[in-house]
Design a protein around this ligand. Structure first.
Ligand SMILES: [Fe+2]
Length: 200
């Protein structure tokens, strides 16, 4: 944790969004109730044009996610309690099956994606749900129920999704899963454009 709030994108829309979200988060509501309060603002962000700079919609060849997937930090709280980032997935590429270890909202900004949601049953990973997303679609991630998923771009263009999560997602150690074997691997995705403070 850097201790200082960081905005990587200068946009009054993003600043206003973050201020509203922080006010909601500090109410200490259950995650589902907080997500419901954030939903209208998140929908507004996803529907708005021109606030996300082109460089944050670019893939990244060397990426902690693999597959050229770019994870670009847009904002994070200095205490590690909140982050906003874009995830850029080239055509045909998919993330590992992974978790987030925090609640939040994820929505599609460009392109189309398929999402697969997994759940653990008796130590095994089972596919619970598969859904197709178009721009403007978004969903809440609330552990433990919805925390494990994989996304894949189905459009001929790169997909860009916007993630709001109540941790510093790129810098926390979380988990990648092999859905066939159930093997669990420690996983830290990092961000393309900022370091994690304990990077060497
Ligand atoms: Fe994810």
């Amino acid at each position: 944790m850097s201790g200082t709030d960081e905005f990587l994108v200068e946009s009054s829309l993003v600043h206003g969004f973050v201020a509203d979200v922080r006010e909601i988060v500090t109410q200490g509501l259950p995650a589902a109730a907080a997500c419901d309060l954030i939903r209208p603002r998140f929908a507004e962000l996803l529907g708005a044009e021109r606030w996300l700079p082109d460089r944050f919609q670019e893939p990244a060849a060397a990426s902690g996610m693999g597959g050229g997937i770019g994870q670009w930090l847009l904002y994070r709280a200095g205490d590690g309690s909140l982050s906003l980032f874009s995830l850029v997935v080239p055509p045909g590429a998919q993330t590992p099956v992974h978790d987030h270890l925090a609640w939040g909202l994820v929505g599609l900004y460009r392109g189309t994606q398929d999402e697969e949601i997994y759940a653990k049953h008796d130590g095994r990973l089972e596919l619970e749900q598969r859904r197709a997303l178009v721009p403007g679609d978004f969903y809440a991630l609330i552990p433990p129920r919805d925390d494990i998923h994989r996304v894949r771009t189905t459009s001929v263009e790169t997909s860009v999704s916007i993630h709001l999560l109540t941790n510093d997602t790129g810098c926390v150690w979380r988990h990648a899963y092999d859905p066939a074997s159930g093997a669990v691997t420690p996983f830290r995705s990092g961000y393309v454009n900022v370091d994690c403070v304990d990077d060497p």
